[in-house]
Design a protein around this ligand. Structure first.
Ligand code: F6P
Length: 321
């Protein structure tokens, strides 16, 4: 019987478990064995596995996080460790490996492919920072989490007339900040430090106050600046008092959104079919609402463009009117 492996790597993302479900479901129909490696590439190196019976994976489709566990493996960056690990997998008869993760995980996947083991890399990260895909697995759930949390914060902010600067995740990508900031009708969205000008921000805050709105909301991408740094700058330049807030891991938590559940499962099924059809290695992404098979090398070297919502043409660093 054919055998494939699966691992999740990098920051956990809601929807990763749906991929696991999709892989095991499709594989069981084709009588392919699926071996789950725990804690990302570390589990691959140390041959730490966990059983993934269909009875179990059928119950995790909605669950956030990753039941396989995850890690950012420093060990797998070493060429000699990779070579030894992949030689072992080949000797054990693995026909392929599904890797779910962000850009660091994609680099590991490419190294595996270059060593001759077929790999399917799937974009699992809340950051939406993989090039050439409209949405990564976990991005939509994270947006819902940000909206839900900030909706709660603003009822308090409105009661006191507070000004909240909320730092959201995304690593170097501003997608979470832009999308959530638009959905929350923030007064200011900061996704790029290079374009930040304190005077413009103060003008936007003054305009918001003059409109009679009871609170001010600033959404900041963590890759642009910290909420604390924003507070220092704006309080030095104006009379606005800023409540800085780091939203943190609540953004990655909870159950997966509708999109991430469906997308994850379909990605997982498609990965199995890819191996079944003899594919030598690829990644997959969403383009025009379709899951497409992509060249991993091309995606890794492509420039990541911020995905703008629904034809939005405003600035990526945005002072809301
Ligand atoms: O890559 C996902 C992510 O949540 C980033 O947005 C964030 O910068 C990072 O992981 C946080 O990492 P950790 O969970 O290790 O603190």
């Amino acid at each position: 019987m054919k055998k494939i492996g699966i691992l999740t790597s990098g920051g956990d993302a809601p929807g990763m478990n749906a991929v696991i479900n999709g892989v095991v479901t499709a594989a069981s129909e084709l009588e392919i064995e699926v071996v789950g490696f725990v804690n990302g590439y570390d589990g691959l190196i140390n041959n730490e596995v966990m059983p993934l019976p269909i009875s179990y994976v059928k119950q995790i489709n909605a669950l956030g996080g990753t039941v396989l566990g995850t890690a950012r493996s420093a060990e797998f960056m070493k060429p000699e460790v990779r070579e030894e690990t992949i030689a072992r997998l080949k000797a054990e008869g693995f026909a392929g490996l599904v890797v779910i993760g962000g850009d660091g995980s994609y680099k590991g996947a490419k190294a595996i492919m270059d060593l001759g083991l077929p790999v399917v890399a799937l974009p699992g990260t809340i950051d939406n920072d993989i090039p050439m895909t409209d949405a990564t697995i976990g991005f939509r759930t994270a947006l819902n989490n940000v909206m839900d949390s900030v909706d709660r914060i603003v009822t308090s902010a409105a009661s006191h007339g507070h000004n909240f600067a909320i730092e959201v995740m995304g690593r170097h990508a501003g997608d979470i900040a832009l999308w959530s900031g638009l959905a929350l009708d923030a007064d200011v969205i900061i996704t790029d430090k290079a374009e930040f000008e304190a005077a413009n921000v103060v003008t936007a805050l003054e305009k918001s106050k003059a409109s009679g709105k009871k609170y001010r909301l600033i959404i900041i991408a963590e890759g642009a600046m910290t909420a604390e740094a924003f507070k220092e700058i704006i309080e030095a330049e104006s009379d606005f008092k800023i409540h800085p807030l780091l939203l943190g891991h609540i953004q990655r938590g909870g159950m997966a959104s509708l999109d991430d559940r469906i997308m994850g499962k379909l990605y997982g099924e498609k990965a199995v079919h890819y191996f079944e059809n003899g594919g030598a290695g690829c990644c997959m992404g969403i383009q025009k609402n379709q899951i497409v098979i992509q060249d991993l090398t091309e995606v890794l070297s492509a420039h990541k463009e911020m995905i703008l919502p629904f034809g939005y043409t405003g600035a990526k660093y945005r002072l809301i009117d």
